[in-house]
Design a protein around this ligand. Structure first.
Ligand SMILES: [Ca+2]
Ligand SMILES: [Ca+2]
Length: 280
């Protein structure tokens, strides 16, 4: 038995009897083991099952996610739920991030899936208004939302203003952004501006763009097309990017299409797992 304190994070939920100061079943078990009478204590809700509706291995980023939870309170207290998420398996960040959820009744909780692809740990807390909490967790794999149509950039020749040639998982070449693989990425030098362009081979109309950012995302960028690779037309401008998956309908035609980053979201360079250009 471990007890570190009242930390309410990845490790705290694993170990603590009192995460965020709320008492868990283990708190009462320890109290009893040390000889106290717990028979009249009000105790925490017990979560007997927690399931992700649909496929937990294919949760689409930014779309609806519904959890089905079964919980009962031994004292008959009304239960309220809170959902949190951790990116510990993505980036070792131990914090728990609130994922606002709507209680649909019948133990169903609806929330917006995280916008960032990768494995998330999802926490459901059931509280009874008496200082007690029951916690259950599930891991989900968040994936970019499926796009209708054909990715005309897939496997096409890609070039960029720069790319990281080594270190960590690099070389991070421009081709990595159009190889259809979720775990290979393009990464640029740590400066503004930077761009990545794809040669579609011939003038091509497209209706949708999907960018899957690594942690080093673009805050401001444009999507542009060109017929000759030198004169560019902007088909979309983004000034408030927050990383994760950027998905939008556009109307563009050109042989070349590029993402032109003007303001980075972090101190690192721009980094894209995938740059999809779709035609319906
Ligand atoms: Ca209770
Ligand atoms: Ca890739």
């Amino acid at each position: 038995m471990f007890h570190y304190g009242t930390e309410d994070d990845f490790g705290g939920v694993w170990f603590n009897l009192l995460p965020a100061g709320q008492k868990r079943l283990s708190y009462y078990a320890v109290k009893k083991a040390y000889g106290a009478d717990t028979s009249r204590d009000n105790t925490p809700p017990v979560i007997s099952s927690l399931a992700v509706e649909g496929d937990a291995a294919k949760v689409e980023a930014g779309r609806d996610l519904t959890l089905a939870v079964r919980a009962t309170d031994p004292d008959g207290d009304a239960i309220s739920y809170q959902v949190l998420g951790s990116t510990m398996y993505l980036d070792k960040d131990k914090r728990l991030i609130p994922l606002p959820a709507t209680d649909l009744g019948g133990g169903r909780l609806r929330l917006t899936a995280p916008d960032r692809p990768g494995v998330w740990k999802v926490y459901v807390k059931a509280t009874d208004g008496k200082g007690n909490v029951g916690i259950e967790t599930r891991s989900v794999r968040v994936v970019p939302p499926a796009v209708n149509g054909t990715d005309v950039a897939l496997g096409r020749p890609a070039t960029a203003s720069s790319y990281q040639t080594g270190g960590g998982d690099c070389p991070c070449t421009p081709a990595n952004a159009v190889d259809g693989k979720a775990d290979t990425r393009w990464a640029a030098d740590w400066s503004d501006p930077q761009w990545l362009q794809v040669d579609l081979g011939a003038s091509t109309s497209f209706t949708h763009v999907q960018l899957v950012w690594e942690a080093a995302y673009a805050k401001a960028y444009t999507i542009q097309t060109s017929d000759d690779g030198s004169g560019w037309r902007t088909v979309r401008e983004v000034t408030d990017g927050n990383g994760g998956v950027d998905d939008f309908d556009v109307s563009g035609t050109g042989r070349y299409v590029r993402v032109h980053g003007t303001a980075r979201g972090t101190g690192y360079g721009y980094s894209l797992y995938e740059f999809g250009v779709y035609r319906r």
